[in-house]
Design a protein around this ligand. Structure first.
Ligand code: 13P
Ligand code: SF4
Length: 310
């Protein structure tokens, strides 16, 4: 392990690369990254880096977003097969058809979408800025929110805005059941419940705090409660324990593991720096349109979402 870490660090310097890791990555991948964060924080980090190479340890749409924002940089992924099943629940063709049915609707796409879907959308959002992005659309405008029905329903209820919701969802977050939270609350009656807005509405209704992964990390650092039930992908617990070693983090269920997020390993990270592939690219004809949707979001999200050095 130690030698592979040394090799990665040496090659990273030689390639003038930066390593970005999502909060759900394996612990050892988070530990070697220059920055760990949520989807917004990592896109902001990609947009501002002066590194020549970005190694994106996350899922495919995240690396695509970096490639769209940094057309002159090389964006690598340790495993290009790490996709997001929710992002695959809508295609550009599906969306074009829906837009014909709803010709006046503004399309807000969750960042968990392919570049081609972003290219068909008006504005992008992440779990940390979705309320702000939706609220920026004038009240008289109709909104089509794609593809996460759970995040869409949560935003809708928080800001009192009706939207057309695409029926997509995160299979990992939907494995967290209300009965799991209730059981954990019985076992840990003093614990606080923090969940991600990709969870189902009945799980969200039982939560004390709902936030993006970086928002969850911030809340866990700041709360005085020592026991916390975590309703999101369990990879985040590595970061939570590191940041607050005195607290106890209780996964809502052991089932909340995203197999795609775990596809990136230290070995594949080393190989991608050696081979300079898989290289993630987006054709400029698509990237130029998708970039508009992402840049509109970034303009409305001036506060950095704190991708951190682990
Ligand atoms: P955030 O890290 O932006 O909260 O997103 C979670 C997620 O689903 C990543 O796939
Ligand atoms: Fe997609 Fe859910 Fe995995 Fe995130 S946790 S990559 S939304 S399947």
């Amino acid at each position: 392990m130690e030698s592979i870490v040394k090799k990665i660090l040496a090659l990273k310097n030689r390639r003038r690369a930066v390593i970005l890791a999502h909060n759900y990555q394996r612990g050892e991948v988070q530990d070697i990254a220059d920055f760990t964060g949520d989807s917004l924080g990592l896109s902001q980090q990609a947009a501002r880096t002066d590194a020549e190479v970005i190694v994106f340890c996350g899922v495919h749409f995240m690396a695509e977003t970096a490639a769209i924002l940094c057309p002159n940089k090389v964006v690598l992924m340790p495993d290009a097969q790490a996709g997001c099943p929710m992002a695959n629940m809508i295609t550009a063709e599906d969306l074009r058809k829906k837009k014909e049915e709803l010709p006046n609707a503004r399309v807000v796409c969750y960042v968990n979408t392919t570049a081609t879907v972003k290219a068909e959308s008006d504005i992008c959002c992440t779990s940390s800025n979705a309320q702000k992005i939706v609220a920026s659309i004038p009240l008289e405008e109709e909104i089509l929110f794609v593809p996460d029905k759970s995040l869409g329903a949560y935003v809708s209820s928080k800001i009192g805005r009706r939207m057309h919701l695409w029926p997509g969802y995160c299979p990992t977050h939907h494995r967290i059941l209300a009965q799991d939270i209730k059981k954990r609350k019985e076992e840990w009656p003093r614990a606080r419940v923090v969940v991600h807005p990709e969870c189902t509405p009945d799980v969200i209704a039982l939560a004390d705090h709902v936030a993006s992964t970086t928002g969850i990390a911030k809340h866990c650092r700041e709360t005085s409660t020592k026991e916390i039930i975590v309703g999101t992908e369990n990879g985040i617990i590595h970061r939570l324990k590191k940041e607050s070693p005195e607290k106890t983090f209780i996964p809502a269920t052991p089932q909340a593991v995203c197999p795609n997020m775990k596809k990136n390993t230290l070995e594949k990270l080393l190989w991608c720096l050696e081979d300079m592939e898989p290289h993630i690219t987006v054709p400029e004809s698509i990237a130029s349109r998708a970039r508009l949707a992402i840049e509109r979001m970034l303009e409305l999200s001036e506060e950095p979402s704190h991708a951190v050095k682990p």
